[in-house]
Ligand binder design. Structure first.
Ligand code: ADP
Ligand code: ADP
Length: 232
């Protein structure tokens, strides 16, 4: 078991973001978190990525508890980020370099890799995401679909085993959606675990293998709040 969540709760100042969420995910799964806006999908992704800590409940990764104390340790946080990479819903918050190649090189450089190893990773990740032609472009000026692919390339450059994607198809043309889904399937085939949030079942039904449906939890009885739909 790769990820284990038990009775996770998360509160915002005026709202409950997650209410007693329990769930396990195995290595290599392609999981779609489904549900309407405001049902807690982004909150869960933020907890999984270590950007937020649950108010109560347990999050284990490879059997190791990811606690608030764990996340305050810079070294452990860096280790977590090497295991789990996240493509944000708004890619503008994660694209800040002056060229696409620099954007993708940023993570590996933080790891202290050699110049040739960084170059290799940048080339591999740009190729994988069909971003080679964009390498000298300014990330900020790209189209929505291009930004998503560059954000994914920069996350892949850290070679994480788990990929989190928050509404990766939002705002993309049909062709760009198809390209993104094909890419994600290829990454799963290469051994990555994919966890993707989407509010649109039609968009993701062909690729997802497991669909976890979020309701508006805070309005429901906790026991009734989670339906876990297994396709296979
Ligand atoms: P989803 O990703 O499914 O749209 P979220 O995880 O963003 O859902 O939101 C879950 C609940 O938490 C919603 O009721 C939402 O309004 C609330 N929420 C999310 N982010 C914040 C925030 N920064 N401050 C206050 N409430 C928030
Ligand atoms: P999409 O159909 O994927 O949304 P767009 O119509 O946004 O694509 O963009 C078409 C082309 O114009 C892309 O190659 C993109 O890189 C380029 N482009 C989009 N926005 C800008 C911008 N603000 N500055 C420079 N080039 C841009």
């Amino acid at each position: 078991m790769l990820i284990k969540l038990a009775n996770l709760c998360y509160d915002y100042p005026n709202t409950r973001g997650l209410d007693h969420l329990s769930l396990t995910i195995d290595a290599g799964e392609f999981v779609c978190l489904m549900g309407p806006n405001g049902s807690g999908k982004s909150t869960l992704l933020r907890i999984l990525s270590g950007l937020a800590s649950p108010k109560s409940g347990e999050y284990q990764l490879h059997g190791q508890a990811v606690t608030a104390a764990y996340l305050t340790d810079a070294q452990q946080r860096q280790q977590l980020h090497q295991k789990i990479g996240m493509v944000f819903q708004n890619t503008d918050v994660q694209l800040f370099n002056t060229s696409v190649a620099e954007e993708v090189a940023f993570g590996p450089r933080q790891l202290g890799l050699s110049a040739s190893a960084i170059e290799q990773r940048v080339n591999d990740c740009l190729q994988l995401t069909a971003c080679e032609d964009l390498r000298d472009r300014v990330p900020y000026q790209l189209s929505g679909g291009e930004k998503k692919r560059v954000a994914l390339a920069s996350v892949l450059a850290l070679n994480p085993e788990i990929l989190l994607l928050d509404e990766p198809l939002n705002g993309l043309t049909i062709a760009a959606q198809r390209q993104m889904l094909t890419l994600l399937q290829r990454l799963q085939a290469a051994g990555k675990t994919i966890i993707m949030a989407s509010h649109n079942f039609q968009q993701v039904q062909t690729v997802g293998q497991r669909f976890i449906i979020f309701n508006r939890l805070h309005q429901l009885d906790a026991d009734m709040s989670q339906a876990d739909l297994q396709r296979q």
